[in-house]
Structure formats: structure tokens, C-alpha cells
Design a protein around this ligand. Structure first.
Ligand SMILES: [Fe+2]
Length: 313
């Protein structure tokens, strides 16, 4: 018997006829079984590596703050308010960035600010109210802080309790009302509206702007409003600049779209990120900072815009 036959197969006792190897035998002798196990382990390691990478990417997309400075040119802005800087916090949904929001606060402290605007959906649950009060206490130390409600505060059925907590920390809560900032002879009106999820008999944006125009001579209005979808109304009112949120950037941002899905589950929504203009009236929309329920962000990091006002040339 040739030595090679011992390894390559068996012979019968009669005439040296080749008998094919028993299933698995060839692998046992040739070491291919080891290769299969190694191959499977390698495949598993690659899959685990890709899964870990995907998890880390999604965590980064939902937790690393995107601080953006946006220059907004506005016709009619009083000269003294050129360079006025507003940081907008929108749609936090009770999220905290680091213990006691240290990461969020440190990003805000890096900016030289004139005003902090919180445009609604600060909390989804009364259990988050104390943390939001602690955040408010720090914000009001940095700059005058203004707040309007979003739909989620009203959904908690405890919105007045949150507003009380915020006001105790020095936040100016604007419920279909306004305040006037003065620099010499120049004035800037900061107005704010309650979310439509609030009381049904509340003042409308049209009524509020009419009231402002009756009381103030040539007012330059910056409106804080949670809903991005109200842009047509804000423009109809002739409001030069509105700061809004609510759209969460369309959750997943895709090329050539304004996000994939709105918070009301509309596909390919509009007005979810950045500056929009209708008939000389502008609306800046923050993509927001937090998430609702099991939603998550992709290519759409938590947004912390700093809006810098400048007079249009
Ligand atoms: Fe909202």
C-alpha cells in the first residue's frame, strides 16, 4: 500500500480499490476543521466589531452636542442690537448631558451671550422637573433666560408646576406676552407664545402681535414659539424673526431632504433645521437636544445654535 493512501483514503483488502474518505475524515486529517472554526471566529469578531462601531456611532450621534453659530441678517434690526447673541435650547425632553448637565452648561458658558431662549419641550415627565429647575438655576446665572412651553409640557398635565419651578430660578416665562429690551433709544421686543397644546382659549399669535404693535412704536419682534409648523402664521403676522423647534431635525437627516420624519410622523417634513424665510420674515429652527421615547437621531446630533443678529445691508 502506498503511504499516500493512508492519508488520502482507504483501500479494500481485495485489489487496492480506492474507498472514498469517511465524511469528515478528510477534514480531520487535513486540518480544514480548524480552519472552519477559525473562520467562524473571525466572522464573529468582524460582526461584533461592526455592531460595536454602530452602537458607538449612534451613541455619539445622540449625545455629542453640535454647537453652531448662525449669523442672521434682519432688515430693520435696531443698530444697538447688532451682534446680539442668543443661545437656543429646544426639545431637551428631560435629557441631561453629563451629571447635572455639566457638558451642556460648559458649551453654553463658552459663548458670550445676551439671552438664552428655551423654546419648549423641556421635559416630558414631572420626575424630570427638578433636574430642569437645577439647569435653569445655572442658566439664569449666565444670561437672562426666557422660556415658552412645548406640547410635551402640556401632555404631562403639570405644565404650571414646571413654570413655577423655572420662575423661582429667575426664568422669564412668556405665555402669550412680551418684554422690551432697551439699549439707549433702541428697543427689541422678546415675545413668546404658549404651545397650542395649552389652554384652548389662549391668545393667538395674531392677537399678541396686534397688542404689541398697539403698545410699542415700530417694534422689532423676536418671537419664541415651540412649533415650527406655525411659520405661515408667524410670517402672516409680519414677525421678523421667530425661534422654533419641535421638528427634531427630521430625526434622521438625509441628503437633499429636510429630514426623514417629523415628530408628528410626517415623512419628509419641512422646517426642521436652520433658517427659513417667507416674505422677509425669518424663522430659525433648532434640531433640538433630546429625544422622545424610543426615537433616536442619525446624522443629526443634539443641536445648540447660537444665533447672532445683524442688520441687513
Ligand atoms: Fe414638540
Amino acid at each position: 500500500m502506498a503511504a499516500g493512501s493512508l492519508l488520502s483514503g482507504r483501500t479494500d483488502s481485495g485489489g487496492g480499490r480506492q474507498i472514498p474518505p469517511i465524511s469528515g475524515e478528510e477534514g480531520f486529517y487535513s486540518g480544514k476543521g480548524d480552519g472552519t472554526i477559525k473562520g467562524r471566529l473571525f466572522g464573529f469578531a468582524i460582526a461584533a466589531f461592526l455592531l460595536l462601531g454602530a452602537v458607538l456611532f449612534v451613541l455619539d450621534q445622540n449625545n455629542r452636542i453640535d454647537a453652531e453659530t448662525v449669523n442672521v441678517s434682519l432688515a430693520g434690526l435696531p443698530d444697538s442690537f447688532a451682534g446680539f447673541r442668543i443661545v437656543q435650547l429646544s426639545d431637551l425632553h428631560g435629557k441631561t448631558f453629563g451629571e447635572n448637565n455639566t457638558r451642556l452648561l460648559s458649551e453654553i458658558r463658552e459663548e458670550k451671550l445676551d439671552l438664552i431662549a428655551i423654546t419648549g419641550d423641556l421635559a416630558d415627565d414631572p420626575a424630570q422637573f427638578d433636574a430642569m429647575g437645577a439647569l435653569a438655576a445655572e442658566l439664569t446665572q449666565i444670561a437672562p433666560t426666557y422660556y415658552v412651553t412645548g406640547n410635551h409640557e402640556w401632555a404631562t398635565r403639570a405644565a404650571p408646576a414646571l413654570m413655577e419651578i423655572l420662575e423661582k430660578q429667575g426664568v422669564h416665562v412668556l405665555r402669550n406676552e412680551y418684554t422690551v429690551l432697551r439699549r439707549g433709544e433702541d428697543r427689541l421686543v422678546i415675545a413668546g407664545i404658549d404651545d397650542p397644546n395649552g389652554p384652548k382659549d389662549q391668545k393667538t399669535p395674531e392677537e399678541l402681535t396686534e397688542e404689541i404693535r398697539k403698545a410699542e412704536k415700530d417694534p422689532f419682534i423676536v418671537l419664541l414659539a415651540h412649533r415650527n409648523s406655525g411659520f405661515d402664521t408667524y410670517a402672516d403676522c409680519g414677525i421678523p424673526l421667530t425661534l422654533a423647534g419641535h421638528g427634531h431635525g427630521g430625526l434622521i437627516r438625509l441628503p437633499f431632504t429636510d429630514g426623514l420624519i417629523d415628530t408628528d410622523r410626517t415623512l419628509f417634513p419641512q422646517y426642521t433645521n436652520g433658517l427659513y424665510t417667507i416674505d422677509g420674515c425669518s424663522m430659525f429652527v433648532s434640531r433640538g437636544l433630546g429625544n422622545v421615547g424610543r426615537t433616536f437621531r442619525l446624522f443629526n446630533r443634539p443641536h445648540l445654535p447660537v444665533i447672532v443678529l445683524s442688520p441687513a445691508a
